[in-house]
Ligand binder design. Sequence first.
Ligand code: B1M
Length: 211
Amino acid sequence: MADFEKLASAVIAGDVDKVVELTKEALDAGVGPADIINKGLISGMDVVGRRFKEGELYVPEVLLSARAMNSGMEIVKPMLVEGEVPSAGKVVLGTVAGDLHDIGKNLVGMMMESGGMMVVDLGTDVPPEDFAKAVKEHKPDIVGMSALLTTTMLAMQDTIEVLKEEGLRDSVKIMVGGAPVTSDFADEIGADGWAPDAGSAKDLATELMGK
Ligand code: B1M
């Protein structure tokens, strides 16, 4: 019988060795990969997300937990039968044109993945046309944009314009975030939502998808 609580605790503690050990133990005991992911790995990362949102944990701790979660994921993912873990939706995520900051964007992506979403990460300095291309190719539920510079925030608006020009705007929900970005700014540029931190971003994505 797998001890999901212990596995979740190891994720919360960011203990890679323990996560690997407990994941292998669970597999040896015949536990299914989907249960290991949902009841152990993701459930631990959920706690981390909540504590981060409430200011009890800081960025380095979240990164350690994410690394621990991924070490378990790497072991069980190849064993999943396609469709075994239902996807909570697809997000195309990127830092906008001219902007190289990606720490916050990466945290947002990790939280979304821990919530079962499939994240297509376009990286940094992503031109509006590349967001549009990714929407055509991946058909996501959500486009998420991050910006850390007051100058590059405007590229969010440019991206929305290009999505409109290409007739793609209504096929996705758009969410934005990053230190200088506010809820008012999100409204002004016609985004569907704004989130102040990675935990809230995951919750907002879920809300926008109506799931
Ligand atoms: Co830069 N930088 N930086 N920098 N940098 C800032 C942002 C700055 C505030 C520093 C300062 O002057 N006090 C300032 C911006 C000023 C402004 O525009 N108002 C600044 C500047 C000026 C610059 C350069 C121009 C410096 C120069 O070269 N002269 C240059 C620009 C380069 C470029 O992008 N073209 C530059 C470069 C860099 C580094 C490369 C050295 C490095 C980035 C490394 C990297 O990301 N890989 C860097 C860093 C690290 C910072 C600071 C110190 C930290 C940013 C960070 O990672 N924060 C920053 C000062 C500061 O914030 N103290 C600064 C931690 C991160 C977890 O928070 O990104 O806010 P954050 O993400 C949060 C939320 O905002 C939210 O959730 C995240 C997690 O909770 N969130 C979203 C983020 N994206 C979201 C998307 C969502 C929802 C929520 O939906 C999709």
